[in-house]
Design a binder for this molecule. Structure first.
Ligand code: ATP
Ligand code: MG
Length: 327
């Protein structure tokens, strides 16, 4: 693979599950050595995309290659270059962490002494050495996810696919996984991860593609995507609805920008393209009004807002696997 060969390239991928178009003409290009985030709600087609790219599922039509190798015609070559950590992990709960790693290393064709050595390296790297002889079934969520990651790395993959690597983890474990991903990229691995969290894509990914109904509907750097939905927002929550006018007048003067009033939520909001200066100006303007204010903050748009703005509809897929694609 030369430097200019993308780590992943997909064109017009389609996949039907029964009557559902899980992939409806998906195009993707991931430059080598980067982190690419595939962001979308439940049922958008994230796992299907990963499974096609990882050679676990044949597309009905379209083309995809990983490190320059066709995922259908040269699946073996692709498999030897990738690692995969699934949304539904494959770790054996009855085995210890160490045994899991040795078993997978043996499955990947390493001789036993090499498999053992590799297991030790990975346990050490993911801070699991002390827990190595405990059954994986007793691991915490964060430890489990680190073990999943370690399994995905046994073959020193060029491209690592992570399907929702931090869904369900507490904030501390999530930070741990993010740290591991960054280390990997520094060591030259390309990472393709799926997530439902804009924040995760934001922290980790160089580029993000938003997927909806099996199609990429937007692609770019996290900042560029946020800019498309109007960027960060300043929110001021007031105690009483009668405080809304005073506070919005003060902010309008201080920020010289349109102010939106959300009466039911007791909230006044404004665009905050420069987070810190807007926050500073707002706090200064509201100095002396403390009795009226419950909270002041700058927040990044949530995935729902990005979605709403890009698609004109809220991410309705949540928890409804039978959802039909738009016609
Ligand atoms: N094996 C299958 N049989 C039938 N339908 C499927 C199958 N796998 C996926 N689908 C459907 O294809 C669509 C895309 O599913 P996919 O699992 O790729 O979404 P996802 O983005 O990974 O969602 P989630 O966030 O819930 O993991 C959904 O409508 C889903 O119900
Ligand atoms: Mg999924």
């Amino acid at each position: 693979m030369t430097r200019s060969t993308p780590a992943v390239r997909a064109e017009g991928l389609r996949k039907n599950h029964g009557g559902t178009a899980a992939l409806a003409g998906l195009d993707l290009e991931v430059p080598a050595g980067t982190v690419f985030g595939l962001l979308g709600p439940n049922g958008a087609g994230k796992t299907t995309t990963i499974r096609v790219l990882a050679t676990l599922l044949r597309p009905d039509s379209g083309y995809a290659e990983v490190c320059g190798h066709d995922v259908v015609r040269h699946a073996g070559r692709v498999r030897s270059r990738i690692g995969l950590t699934g949304q539904y992990a494959s770790v054996d709960e009855l085995l210890t962490g160490r045994e899991n790693l040795v078993m997978f290393a043996r499955l990947y064709g390493l001789a036993t002494p090499r498999a053992r050595a590799r297991a030790e390296e990975l346990l050490d790297r993911f801070d699991l050495t002390d827990a190595g002889d405990r059954r994986a079934g007793g691991y915490s969520g964060g430890m489990r996810r680190r073990l999943d990651l370690a399994v995905g790395l046994i073959q020193r993959p060029r491209v690592l696919f992570l399907d929702e690597p931090t869904t369900g983890l507490d904030p501390r474990s999530r930070l741990g996984v993010w740290g591991s991903v960054r280390d990997l990229v520094e060591a030259g691995t390309t990472v393709v991860l799926t997530t439902q969290y804009l924040e995760e894509a934001d922290r980790l990914a160089d580029r993000v593609a938003v997927i909806d109904h099996g199609r990429i509907i937007a692609e770019g750097t996290p900042d560029a995507l946020r800019a498309r939905v109007g960027g960060d927002r300043l929110d001021v929550i007031v105690r009483e609805p009668s405080d809304l006018t005073t506070v919005s007048d003060l902010l309008r003067t201080a920020l010289d920008t349109p102010i939106t009033v959300h009466r039911e939520e007791h909230r006044v909001s404004a665009a905050a393209p420069d987070r810190l200066s807007v926050l500073t100006l707002a706090v200064r303007a509201l100095d002396g009004e403390a009795a009226r204010i419950v909270d002041v903050g700058v927040r990044r748009p949530a995935l729902d807002e990005v979605f709403l703005s890009l698609t004109g509809h809220a991410p309705t897929g949540s928890g409804s696997p039978e959802r039909q694609p738009r016609s």
